[in-house]
Write a new protein. Structure first.
Lengths: 128, 105
């Protein structure tokens, strides 16, 4: 059974960089059928997609965050990570990592693509 | 930019049929998916590719899509189905609907 587990600081100061890691067990980030993504959810609000990465390092991002978000993958550790720079209180959210099935890689926007496994989420609060 | 629009809330009595809609101009040419999120938990996929149900999801959950509107139907809704439901699709980006809070009481 695939399992994803987020880890990282629960409190980040404004203007600093948020750093999270997602550890994958029961499966491999090197699989050719999946992307590995980050999704966040501000308290009491809806889901917001941040971006994702393929095992070869190819990334794609939400245009609204692209300039601040960096996603990387470490296949040797079976992990992928998120760095979000210049955070503000608006970045306070539960951050989820998730596996995204894509039926038509490398054309990731065609065919069937959806999140099939999620981590439990980690609350990150931006506050001084 | 493309958006997916859901009603903020839907309320039904136990045993009734709950219908949650999702509208978007990309839906005629893209699949829609539905996620259930209970309080404090990660989302769970309940419908994929418009109408398919993942293993382990009860038969009372069904999906349909026609034109620019997709619908999640819960036939004989139960109290345990109370949750937030999000539609999801893609069109050169990932799109989530704003979510619908389903109340069953």
């Amino acid at each position: 059974q695939l399992r994803l587990q987020e880890s990282g600081p629960g409190l980040v100061k404004p203007s600093e960089t948020l750093s999270l890691t997602c550890s994958v067990s029961g499966g491999s980030v090197s699989s050719t059928t999946f992307y590995w993504d980050w999704v966040r959810q501000p308290p009491g609000k809806g889901l917001e997609w941040i971006g994702g990465i393929y095992y070869d390092g190819s990334t794609y991002h939400n245009p609204s965050l692209e300039s601040r978000a960096t996603i990387s993958v470490d296949t040797s550790k079976n992990q992928f990570s998120l760095r979000l720079s210049s955070v503000t209180a608006a970045d306070t959210a539960v951050y989820f990592c998730a596996r995204k099935y894509c039926s038509t890689i490398p054309d990731i926007w065609s065919g069937s693509n959806y999140f099939d496994y999620w981590g439990q989420g980690i609350l990150v609060t931006v506050s001084s | 930019s493309h958006e997916l629009t859901q009603p903020p809330s839907v309320s039904v009595s136990p045993g009734q049929t709950a219908r949650i809609t999702c509208s978007g101009d990309t839906l005629p040419k893209k699949y829609v998916y539905w996620y259930q999120q209970k309080s404090g938990q990660a989302p769970v996929l309940v419908i994929y590719e418009d109408t398919k149900r993942p293993s382990g999801i009860p038969e009372r959950f069904s999906g349909s899509s026609s034109g620019t509107v997709a619908t999640l139907t819960i036939s004989g809704a139960q109290v345990k189905d109370e949750a937030d439901y999000y539609c999801y699709s893609t069109d050169s980006s990932v799109l989530f609907g704003g979510g619908t809070k389903l109340t069953v009481l």
